[in-house]
Design a protein around this ligand. Structure first.
Ligand code: MF3
Ligand code: CO
Length: 248
């Protein structure tokens, strides 16, 4: 069942989303060569707690940290460690926070220093793919319209669309119905209705779409070691479109 959120729930989801957005803004100046991913994680955890929220990921199915930090060929769910960022890396930071029982979820890929033109183009097109998907978010459209729009855009640039991981509903659980795949047929799948809240999150690879999981049980890597980018917003379906909950 896909939940339609009450006004009270929407207010809490707005607040959670805003804390997630502010966490990204807070982290940005620290995303530089030399910082360890563990340090970024600690900064985020302290910040989220200061905002009166809790990190949704910590303890989620045993996940050990606040952030998922995925560098270069890591697609998602990279575990913060003593590894340091270096110039030329791209780093995807996934922030999830829970405020009074309601979650916000947003991932963004950042450049560390100067990066290659290929990586720049991957980042630009993955961010654009997110917004191509969001353009389809309105009552009367279906989840497949979002999926198809993202896939078609990625295909234009020959980017690999990760299929095993999908966007999702967001509410009092971090992952709710429906699944929001980044590929599929237009005019198929669940109907979007005012008051639904979903996270749309394309993960696109510069090479093959294929992925595998590291032995740590979390980190997802591209099969061909090509770089991967991830852009995600949590959005509310409104009367005639969408409202980004994890934005300004
Ligand atoms: N935003 C991530 C997702 O939707 C959250 C992962 S939390 C984790 O998959 F605990 F699973 F890492
Ligand atoms: Co998500």
């Amino acid at each position: 069942m896909i939940k339609i959120k009450s006004d009270r729930e929407i207010e809490l989801l707005r607040k959670a989303g805003s804390i997630v957005y502010k966490t990204h803004q807070y982290l940005k100046p620290y995303i530089k060569s030399g910082i360890s991913t563990k340090k970024l994680d600690k900064l985020a955890e302290d910040y989220i707690i200061k905002q009166g929220a809790t990190p949704s990921c910590k303890g989620y199915e045993g996940y050990p940290a606040t952030l998922c930090i995925s560098i270069n060929e890591e697609v998602v769910h990279g575990i913060p460690s003593n590894r340091k960022l270096k110039d030329g890396d791209i780093v995807s930071i996934d922030v999830c926070a829970c405020y009074k029982g309601y979650h916000g979820d947003s991932a963004w890929t950042y450049a560390v220093g100067d990066i290659s033109d290929e990586k720049k183009s991957l980042m630009k097109h993955t961010e654009e793919a997110l917004f191509k998907g969001l353009e389809q978010v309105k009552p009367g459209n279906r989840i497949g319209d979002i999926s198809n729009s993202i896939e078609k855009y990625a295909n234009l640039y020959n980017l690999g669309v990760v299929k095993e991981l999908v966007g999702h509903g967001v509410g009092s659980c971090l992952h709710e119905e429906p699944d929001v795949p980044n590929y599929g047929k237009a005019n198929t799948g669940p109907l979007l209705k005012e008051g639904m809240v979903i996270a749309v999150e394309p993960m696109l690879n510069l090479g093959s779409a294929d992925i595998y999981m590291l032995d740590d049980g979390w980190t997802i890597i591209t099969d061909d070691n090509s770089p991967s980018a991830h852009f995600e917003h949590t959005v509310l379906v409104t009367k005639d479109g969408y409202e980004i909950l994890t934005g300004e």
